[in-house]
Design a protein around this ligand. Structure first.
Ligand SMILES: [Zn+2]
Ligand SMILES: [Zn+2]
Length: 179
């Protein structure tokens, strides 16, 4: 994929991913700054794949973790930690607000007995949002994995770019060691 950056003189330069963040010299003598990759992509209208979708696909394809080295000490290891990351929780709301009660009464008046039957439906809790959560494999040797604080777990996760992207998207995600 190549992108286009334009010099002040009007000349268009084709640049690649490798040029992102660098600068190039235009034949007119001016220096043209190439924007960082995410800006290049955004300007080209490219869809940036959400880290949620990316991680789901990588987990399905067994591509995680990406490295055979311990994220903490760098030694080669087969040992894994499994870390649960809850990005978004389902919040359950019981429909007992005044407005709903009023609505119930109004409907009761209109429809009489039929509403008695319907009342069962009204009493059901309402789900808002949906849960986004993962159990993510993290490469960590047994020594490093034996005692990880929550802050250390967050650092460990951020060593994997796609996990780091997830935590940037959901900075308040709940992180907990599963195994
Ligand atoms: Zn120029
Ligand atoms: Zn280690």
């Amino acid at each position: 994929m190549s992108y286009e950056v334009r010099c002040e003189c009007g000349k268009a330069h084709a640049v690649g991913v490798a040029d992102a963040g660098a600068s190039l010299r235009c034949p007119c003598g001016r220096t043209v700054d190439v924007p960082p990759l995410h800006l290049l992509r955004a300007s080209a209208g490219e869809q940036v794949v959400s880290p949620v979708i990316q991680i789901q696909a990588m987990l399905l394809n067994d591509e995680l973790p990406e490295t055979p080295d311990c994220v903490n000490c760098g030694c080669r290891t087969d040992h894994l930690m499994r870390v649960s990351v809850v990005c978004e929780r389902v919040t359950i709301e019981n429909q007992t607000s005044g407005r709903d009660a009023l609505l119930g009464c109004a409907l009761f008046g209109l429809l009489g007995g039929l509403v008695l039957f319907k009342a069962g439906v009204f009493a059901r809790p309402l789900e808002r949002g949906h849960e986004i959560s993962f159990v993510l494999p993290v490469r960590a040797c047994e020594a490093c994995a034996s005692d990880r604080s929550p802050a250390a777990l967050r650092r460990d996760l951020c060593a994997t770019p796609v996990y780091a992207a997830l935590l940037r998207r959901y900075p308040n995600a709940l992180i907990a060691r599963v195994s």
